[in-house]
Ligand binder design. Structure first.
Ligand SMILES: NC(=O)c1ccc[n+]([C@@H]2O[C@H](COP(=O)([O-])OP(=O)(O)OC[C@H]3O[C@@H](n4cnc5c(N)ncnc54)[C@H](OP(=O)(O)O)[C@@H]3O)[C@@H](O)[C@H]2O)c1
Length: 328
């Protein structure tokens, strides 16, 4: 089968190669998926650069956790009815070497989820990490209905889905965006108000947008940078949910201020979501997809032979939406 892989860590163009690899066979409990699209996420790029130093210990790695395609064979214990099913695949390259940047992949049956006909395979490849992370951020700490909830970076891949989950669950969503186009994308996803996280006084703007009241929850994309502002906008006994802190990787916490506010700090890593939370995210995603209730933003579709460009796009940023590698 055609595939892309790397055998050493380093810059995309230096280490990513394409060529032929053996087509896998499904074992018990597994399905063989003929992939049409492979989603690229920041964690794929970070892994290629060596963020998981032991990743290459057993040999080459076919990157990417997310993808979409059609089940073409099933292993023992999986109903033959699943052959021909359109699916989205998640966590395909978590804790294992062979991800979705290939014509075929074998995954456990539960990691290949029905993709309704109303959703393209390219969009299906954007679901795994962004949609599930956003779901966890919104739902990990009880109902959000009626709450005032801030989503920072609401035009981002994760942030935009977080707005959609929270707004449709009945939260009043205040999103942040750094420009008018992103602000419009936040509103389209369901945000009631948008403030600019580059404004010096954005915490005050959030409170103003919440009719002068402190907010109940914040879902944050840059924890270390934003913490001082977040502490000025969140109420006592509020919840800060964060899934990233790339600029300040070892944030300094004003412990006693936070303790006396009785805050809950929730750190989310999608790969380690408890299994029931994954199952709930999948069930909700299926329901929302079938109902046409999730918007997907596809920014770039790149052929497999040009996979290095797909990684560079994620590294450079400056656009909004998912990057998908198209597999012939
Ligand atoms: N923990 C997990 O499970 C998990 C899962 C998925 C992703 N992640 C991580 O989350 C991060 C974002 O991923 P993504 O795919 O959503 O990226 P993305 O699509 O590039 O979105 C990032 C967003 O954050 C905004 N932003 C940057 N600095 C900000 C700040 N100080 N305050 C508010 N917003 C800010 C950006 O807007 P401007 O550039 O306009 O400011 C952009 O809208 C990455 O580090 C990724 O590795 C973690």
């Amino acid at each position: 089968m055609k595939a892309a892989w790397f055998e050493s860590f380093g810059p995309a163009r230096a280490v990513l190669v394409t060529g032929e690899q053996d087509k896998p066979e499904p074992g018990p409990g597994e399905v063989l998926v003929h992939l049409a699209a492979s989603g690229v996420n920041p964690s794929d790029v970070k892994k290629r650069m060596g963020s998981a130093p032991r990743l290459l210990d057993e040999g080459l790695v076919i990157p990417h956790s997310d993808g979409a395609g059609i089940i073409v064979a099933v292993g023992e214990g999986i109903s033959g009815d699943r052959a021909g099913e359109r699916v989205w695949v998640y966590q395909a390259q978590h804790g294992r070497r062979f991800g979705t940047a290939a014509q075929y992949i074998v995954v456990q049956g539960r990691r290949a989820v029905e993709l309704p006909d109303n959703t393209s395979l390219e969009a299906g490849a954007c679901i795994g990490i962004p949609v599930m992370t956003a779901h966890r951020c919104v739902y990990a700490d009880g109902p959000v209905e009626g709450q005032a909830l801030v989503v920072t970076g609401g035009a981002g891949r994760v942030g935009n889905y977080a707005i959609q989950w929270a707004a449709q669950a009945g939260a009043r969503v205040i999103a942040t965006a750094s420009n008018d186009i992103d602000a419009a994308a936040c509103r389209e996803a369901g945000a009631d108000a948008v403030v600019n996280h580059r404004d010096e006084n954005w915490a005050a703007e959030v409170v103003e947008a919440n009719s002068g009241a402190l907010v109940d929850r914040v879902i944050d994309v840059e924890f270390g940078v934003n913490l001082p502002a977040v502490l000025d906008m969140i109420r006592t006994s509020g919840t800060i949910v964060t899934y990233s802190s790339t600029v300040v990787t070892e944030p300094k916490l004003p412990f006693y201020r936070m303790m006396f506010m009785n805050l809950l700090i929730r750190l989310v890593i999608v790969y380690e979501m408890p299994e029931p939370a994954k199952e709930q995210a999948i069930a909700d995603t299926t329901r929302y997809l079938k109902g046409g209730r999730l918007q997907h933003r596809l920014a770039h579709v790149v052929p497999l032979d040009d996979i290095a460009r797909a990684h560079e796009l994620i590294e450079q940023g400056g656009f909004r939406g998912c990057v998908v590698v198209n597999i012939e």
